[in-house]
Design a protein around this ligand. Sequence first.
Ligand code: CAA
Length: 388
Amino acid sequence: MDFELNETQQQIRNMTLEFATQEVRPKADEIDKEGRFPKELVQRMGELGLLGMMVPEEWGGPGFDTISYAIAMENISWGCASTGVIMSVNNSLYCDPVLKTANDAQKKIWLEPFATGRKLGCFGLTEPMSGSDAQHMATRAEKKGDRYILRGQKNFITNGPNADAIVVFAATDPSAGAKGTTCFVVPKDAKGYILESKDKKLGIKGSHSCTITFDECEIPAEYRLGEDGQGFKIAMATLDGGRIGIAAQALGIARAAYEAAREWSLERKAFGVPISNHQAIQFKLADMATEIDAARLLTLRAAFLKDKGVRHSRESAMAKLYASEVAMRVTTQAVQVFGGYGYITEYPVERHFRDAKICEIYEGTSEIQRIVIAANVLKSGPFGALGY
Ligand code: CAA
């Protein structure tokens, strides 16, 4: 078994760490405090090929593998979790399903400008009355000749306020459940595409989200991705990839908090010595380091499977579940290591703590990840796709 990164993966790691250190991290506090969408960083990510990382060169991307993507996501999120999720949504939830389901004519319009960073995408599955139960959506798409009319609402749409187009799911045959769901791509200037006010959030404040209403939104049939009735499977397969991105985001947040706690423990003195001399603090750092490493291994394994083209629902769910819960534990402990200083906004750990929470919620809550894992364990046996 080879745990080493190849040359390209190492280059991506070095490049994204440098970018995150020099350009992203110095702005993270201000982005959070102002709740500002980091437009200039999104533009830079486009220039660096970070917005459509797995898109092949012929469609405007650099054609990197998912392992490189996970490494990049960890580093960007280490710098700023808001910037990380903007990147993740465009890569995993927008470009990935378009790449996999669109024909060449559609890819020219809906992939190339998004993979190069000239445009930004978002993903609409969640609705006010159906989050986890994604099959039972209320949004409808009615076929009328060579057009579809969309009616309904999607909410918590990350990148929604800034996106140029949405990959969106609607019921074309509500009586058919999962098999009656269809996927579309809709540009923001389509008539009846209405952006509602932005969500006010606990964390990732620079990543803007909102509700999008489809009010008699009429689109040409060419905006359909895949066939009628394939939408649910497209959504689920997309989330298998998306969960790798969120696992990597959680890792980046956890690593930032752990590093801050480690440095603080070496400087801060109590009872006449640096607090790192106290075993109570050492044990916390040991647990943080171990859990972060375990979460990273799970994340890279899921990425490895995606690159092999193997179904990786279980491994992605494990990675996302574990990494996001590790991020919560590590950021909580980091605040504890900082004591009172951890609770005030002068230091970054309270931001990491707030940013971590969403990783347990979006792209499937921890409860949904457990459902996916349990279903797989019961159906396919105790071991995963690699036989261990
Ligand atoms: N890949 C391909 N096909 C899949 C699949 C996958 N990963 N998962 C399920 N399917 C298929 C099944 O095989 C089945 O097909 P057949 O009938 O042909 O066998 C069909 O889809 C239905 O599957 P299930 O019966 O398992 O579906 P379910 O209704 O029980 O749902 C669920 C399963 C896991 C609960 C699913 O609904 C789910 O993942 N819910 C959570 C949704 C979610 O993650 N939402 C997050 C929104 S995105 C977001 O947060 C974006 C953001 O802004 C950052």
